[in-house]
Design a protein around this ligand. Sequence first.
Ligand SMILES: NC(=O)c1ccc[n+]([C@@H]2O[C@H](COP(=O)([O-])OP(=O)(O)OC[C@H]3O[C@@H](n4cnc5c(N)ncnc54)[C@H](O)[C@@H]3O)[C@@H](O)[C@H]2O)c1
Ligand SMILES: O=c1ccn([C@@H]2O[C@H](COP(=O)(O)OP(=O)(O)O[C@H]3O[C@H](CO)[C@@H](O)[C@H](O)[C@H]3O)[C@@H](O)[C@H]2O)c(=O)[nH]1
Length: 327
Amino acid sequence: MRILVTGGAGYIGSHTVKLLLARGHDVTVFDNLSMGHKQAVPADRLVVGDLRDADQVDHLLMVNRIEAVIHFAASAFVGESVTNPAKYYQNNLLNSLNLLDRVRRQGVTRFVFSSTCATYGVPETVPITETTPQAPINPYGNTKLAFEKMLADYAPAYNIGFTALRYFNASGAAADGTIGEDHDPETHLIPIVLQAALGRRPHVEIFGTDYPTPDGTCVRDYIHVEDLAAAHLLALEHIRPGAGAFYNVGIGTGYSVREVIRTAEEVTGKRISVKEGTRRAGDPPALVAGADKIRQELGWQPAFTTLRPIVESAWNWHKAHPNGYGK
Ligand SMILES: NC(=O)c1ccc[n+]([C@@H]2O[C@H](COP(=O)([O-])OP(=O)(O)OC[C@H]3O[C@@H](n4cnc5c(N)ncnc54)[C@H](O)[C@@H]3O)[C@@H](O)[C@H]2O)c1
Ligand SMILES: O=c1ccn([C@@H]2O[C@H](COP(=O)(O)OP(=O)(O)O[C@H]3O[C@H](CO)[C@@H](O)[C@H](O)[C@H]3O)[C@@H](O)[C@H]2O)c(=O)[nH]1
């Protein structure tokens, strides 16, 4: 398939591009490199540009005769979305709408969207299923939910088929060590903990120890980035024009911030210094996936089902690339 991958030089995007290429797809990556890395994708696949430029997007769809779009490009930090919501509405909603309108005009009928468990807000029950009411508690989640709704309205009207994958917390790195997670600034827990283990940070701050969870710290479902990539391939294969589907993608087990730190200490053999801090705005206490639907309907099967091998895979990358992709 001829596929346009927006945000394909980013963390999850680059792992998905790697898998798509390995399966023989014809991939064009479109990324403004605001967060992504040109080293994360083959040079001959990368087009540097911004989704704001709808004409460039339109041109790419046309000249490359694109058959499917996987849309990763977004601003994706929960905390930042609370302090700078304008950035999130511009990038995640308006720029995504630009893309979707050009997709519509060019008659592309397959669209896969990176949604998030942040659309559920503070869920009434855990694990979260796809029918759990969506009520985001941060601007990031609001923008992602709004775009889900746009897709649902566009699909039958314009014969676009879509799958929205609601990822839980992406983590880990490629098994062959070639690509991994490198954000600047880094805000995600696992890379921060591993940077502390490498001595590149003095300590890890725990954002809140008074949550209604077993040890008082937030609980998340960490899903390996290669298992996420595999979910995109399955999604592409199952899309039907004019119809949409929503799937949670997680392992179904939650780990607290303290458990992540403890696991990282075991994996790295290093003591990690911890500072107990206050809550970060916009964080729900516990997000754990009920992911039976994607297993049953798409036959998705994660290779990583517990935290430890996920942290090991991330550690292999961070040890080998202490400066990430470098400057
Ligand atoms: N990381 C997670 O745990 C997680 C969980 C749920 C959902 N998601 C979603 O998955 C997607 C990918 O997340 P990630 O962690 O790989 O993030 P990332 O920041 O590593 O990747 C996003 C990529 O999009 C690019 N980009 C951003 N705005 C752009 C624009 N206007 N035009 C062109 N390129 C642009 C960035 O340069 C970057 O390479 C995002 O949509 C995010 O909201 C991530
Ligand atoms: O230095 C840190 C960093 C994080 N945390 C906590 O660790 C947990 C995980 O945080 P983080 O790794 O920043 O991920 P999330 O905030 O859960 O957000 C990620 O996961 C979401 C799905 O849950 C995605 O939608 C987002 O794009 C992605 O950034 C949260 O409870 C944080 O409060 C800390 O205690 N200290």
